[in-house]
Design a protein around this ligand. Structure first.
Ligand code: GLP
Length: 259
């Protein structure tokens, strides 16, 4: 696990955007796993800037989103499809046919989930999965005690997650309490993973994820088992890490060796 700690949210997000840019430059038909939420917003802004500067094309990129709420119309302003369109897709040259987000209106969710897994496989698997982390350690919508081998499925959200995401919904709007999410096994199959943790409110989850025991109680801790996982943090999110100084030192050495 490579832990990169940068002073601010902006610097951490720029690191993530540079990483994604390099990735797509090297493999222009990359299969990207994409996340929603606040943590990735500045990264998407930076990617859009790179696109506008003419440095990046998504024409051949295939995308698979992590998750989607069950029961929201695709154009509902809190659906993740709407989020992706607003925050990224409508600003870049990605081909509409290459975008995949779980379809959560159809009642046959079992087939939806199986098809999602098959589609990922048919594209050769995910090359780079972008992740945020919930304050309870969830990745995607894999809540604590999710099987570490789980595949794409319907998942009931915890009260904590519903409360954390309530800020996006109007008080009068019903908020979904279930979602379809890639499983932890699905995420772990990605060849590379980049997780962004930003802000003090993520510091406990980040410490559990990076340094805690491997446990389904902190689903993100499974990334300790991934060969190519990069955890990108701002100083606040990193503030509970016991080996904080070691990660900073080790990253400095990495940069020197790679220079
Ligand atoms: C949400 C999403 C996750 C996201 C996480 C953190 O519930 N399903 O994909 O990474 O929780 O969200 P945020 O970045 O807004 O803190």
């Amino acid at each position: 696990m490579r832990v990169v700690i940068l002073p601010t949210e902006k610097e951490a997000s720029d690191f993530a955007a540079d990483f994604i840019e390099k990735f797509i430059t090297e493999k222009n038909d990359s299969v990207l796993g994409l996340a929603t939420g606040s943590s990735v917003l500045l990264t998407y802004d930076a990617i859009i800037d790179k696109y506008n500067e003419g440095n990046l094309s998504f024409k051949n990129v295939i995308s698979f989103n992590l998750d989607e709420y069950v029961g929201l119309e695709p154009n509902h302003k809190q659906s993740y499809r709407h989020y992706m369109s607003e925050k990224l897709f409508s600003h870049i040259d990605i081909n509409e046919n290459n975008i995949h987000i779980p379809e959560c209106l159809d009642g046959d969710f079992e087939s939806t989930c199986e098809n999602y897994e098959s589609k990922i496989k048919s594209h050769g698997g995910i090359d780079l999965q972008l992740l945020g982390v919930g304050s309870n350690g969830h990745i995607g919508f894999n809540e604590p005690t999710s099987s570490l081998n789980s595949r794409t499925r319907v998942k009931t959200l915890t009260k904590n997650t519903i409360a954390n995401n309530a800020r996006f919904f109007d008080a009068s709007e019903p908020q979904p309490s279930i979602a379809i999410t890639m499983g932890i096994g699905t995420i772990m199959d990605a060849k590379n993973i980049l997780l962004l943790g930003l802000g003090q409110h993520k510091s406990k989850a980040v410490a559990d994820l990076v340094e805690g025991p491997l446990s389904s109680f902190c689903p993100g801790s499974v990334l300790q088992y991934h060969e190519n996982a990069i955890i990108v943090l701002d100083q606040l999110a990193a503030s509970n890490l016991k080996l904080y100084d070691y990660y900073v030192h080790s990253e400095k050495m990495n940069v020197e060796y790679m220079a």
